[in-house]
Design a protein around this ligand. Sequence first.
Ligand code: GLA
Length: 341
Amino acid sequence: MTSVTRCVFGDLPGGGAVETFCLQSDFVKAEIISFGCIITRLETKDRDGNFSDIVLGFDDLKGYINKHPYFGAVVGRVANRIAKGKFTVDGQNYLLPINNGPNSLHGGLKGFDKVLWTPEVLENGVRFSYTSADGEEGYPGELRVWVTYTLSGSELSVHYKAQTSVTTPINVTNHSYFNLAGQGAENIYDHEISIDAEHYLPVDDTMIPTGEVATVQGTCFDLRKPVNLGNQMGKLQINGYDHNFCLSVTQKPQHCARVYHKPSGRVLSVCTTQPGVQFYTANFLDGSLKGKGGAVYPKHSALCLETQAWPDAVNKPQFPNTLLHPGEEYNQTTLFNFSLQ
Ligand code: GLA
């Protein structure tokens, strides 16, 4: 049984009430707000039966309105990067706001994470809808989007649906930052991870995929067997992980990643229909944000598993398609399952 309750979270400066929707089962308590469809709290049990909040975030709306690294948010219209903020569809050139080095990141200056969505309470969850106007943040076509969160026992499901009036690229994900020790814990070095991917996408120095689909074999990207993140990240030549791992495209959600935190016993398993997952070890956190309960969030204090389309796919015809045409429907599902070991 899942109970769903709603209450006020805060008021937007320009007007508009933001509500919190609390989804609760015997195993999981999730709080999601109508601003950015943000998961603000996610409590799961450790092996002694004690609940802890395992996602990073803020205590109040102000934290989420200010610039922040997409804590818990739904990201779109196109998550991750589009090179130089440029693409061409049907012979028409489009220009997006540049907000990350020379590139456009996570939907632009006011992406899906920064808008108020319309909620609808469901029996076991909440559905949010939003209409992104033609030309919003430079993207073509009016796009209607629905994000549905449902909780069933120990599984939180996120379903994304969209329809467009003009052909547009689309790539929607959730950008939760997990620390299975409980948010506020210093790092994720005591977490173990595995990702079921044989290939990953190498990137250039502006974080745009080079176009090569590289084998993980013999590299630090081979996470097919579980590795301890402390050991593994100590070996890296890079700052941490911030890479797309390539998955096979499926109709039904397929297992793609597992995270295990031995001290608490918590396990997070992720299944998805999406063709990729961006594994990001919070390399850009620097302890300067004031998080929930006064927590500070240093570098590597969380990890994200952003199930998504491949970055810059709109400019790379060899990558799985991200164009949505009028009359078609975009449908993607990601499942976050919480268990104990
Ligand atoms: C994604 C990107 C990262 C970073 C974060 C947000 O994970 O791949 O490079 O931009 O979002 O800070």
